[in-house]
Design a protein around this ligand. Structure first.
Ligand SMILES: Cc1ncc(COP(=O)(O)O)c(C=O)c1O
Length: 344
């Protein structure tokens, strides 16, 4: 949404003037949460109509993992190498970088990894697998996009062995890839969908979303088996609903392909090896970190905030707000090119 989108700011102010916090474990139904959950379910296919609101991406992953184990009664989880799902113990366990995990063992037992976009590895997903958790577009691996038929094949395999499919759209969700949810373009429906980050329009919130049937197992035995004091904070929920409405009302999804194309056309330079992207989730690849790092530093000095990726340090992260205008894109790309010219 960019910084301080007026509709998001107004929604926050309005909610601040109503109330900020109430009793937390479902004693009181809170309308900002209910309205957001309803709007989320309207963006989603059946049966994804039940949202559990939390505070962050990692927490949403934790909830999704617990839900899958509880629903299936199975012990194991499968995720991808090069995946990033967060920094808490469970989310770190299913992340795919040994470098980030090695200092924190023992992590969750029963976790194994497969290669992203590699159906040959599906044999590791079996009758003891509670869930497979995958980013619909791998973010920290440097924007890795799966082949068209990968997710359909994964869906079919999960159905065959009875494992749940959890899609992490914490980076890809809420329109970044050009559809509201990235999985829409793969013609599949996950069992559990996870979202956060851009969902809040600048405020902290996350969610794991599933069918009422799957979600209902959290209701009892034990009652209050998954709870969070600030999860779905009313001010954040109001900001998130405003964000969702802005995406719809400003027709931002339809503009994503043209904006992405414009960036690709502008960012041509002999030092740029290639651009990987799905919509406005982009990675601009250079020869090495040594080439890229001073370019990033210079771009920041010149006024464009960018970054590299946790597991892909030769690529620049380009992730503009969906609201960005062509003139702003032109200016930003000119600054990146200037930084490249000055450094290379
Ligand atoms: C794909 C993905 N999953 C999970 C997370 C964790 O989210 P959070 O930082 O809100 O805990 C991130 C954060 O970068 C992410 O990119």
């Amino acid at each position: 949404m960019g910084h301080r989108h007026p509709q998001v700011v107004q929604a926050v102010k309005d909610q601040l003037d109503r109330y900020m916090h109430l009793m937390v474990y479902g004693e009181l139904v809170q309308s900002p949460q209910v309205r957001l959950a309803e709007a989320l379910s309207q963006t989603l296919p059946d049966p994804l109509s039940s949202a559990f609101l939390v505070n962050s991406g990692s927490e949403a992953i934790e909830g999704a993992l617990k839900l899958a184990k509880r629903y299936t009664g199975r012990p194991n989880l499968v995720s991808c190498y090069q995946a990033y799902h967060g920094s808490s113990h469970g989310a770190l366990s299913v992340s795919g970088s040994e470098n980030f995990k090695q200092g924190y063992r023992p992590l969750l037992p029963g976790v194994s990894h497969i290669r992203f976009n590699t159906p040959e590895d599906f044999s590791q997903i079996d009758e003891r697998t509670a869930a497979v958790v995958v980013e619909t577009v791998q973010g920290e691996a440097g924007v890795q996009v799966a082949d068209d038929n990968y997710f359909r094949a994964l869906r079919q395999h999960c159905d065959k062995v009875g494992a749940l499919l959890i899609l992490d759209e914490i980076q890809a969700g809420f329109g970044r890839t050009g559809t509201f949810w990235a999985f829409e373009s793969y013609n599949i429906v996950p069992d559990i969908l996870v979202t956060a980050k851009g969902m809040g329009g600048g405020m902290p919130i996350g969610a794991f979303i599933s069918s009422p049937e799957i979600m209902s197992v959290l209701k009892n035995n034990p009652i209050l088996g998954h709870i969070s004091t600030f999860g779905g904070h009313p001010v954040s929920a109001a900001a998130s609903l405003a964000t969702l409405r802005v995406i719809q009302e400003e027709n931002l999804l339809a503009q994503v392909p043209a904006k992405a194309e414009f960036i690709k056309q502008q960012l041509t330079h002999p030092a740029i090896r290639r651009i990987r992207h799905r919509g406005l989730m982009m990675a601009v690849e250079f020869d090495s970190f040594d080439v890229l790092k001073p370019i990033i530093d210079r771009a920041i000095e010149l006024g464009v905030l960018t970054d590299w990726f946790l597991y892909c340090d030769n690529s620049m992260r380009v992730a503009p707000p969906l609201t960005i205008q062509e003139s702003e894109l032109e200016e930003a790309c000119a600054i990146i090119l200037q930084a490249i010219d000055e450094v290379v």
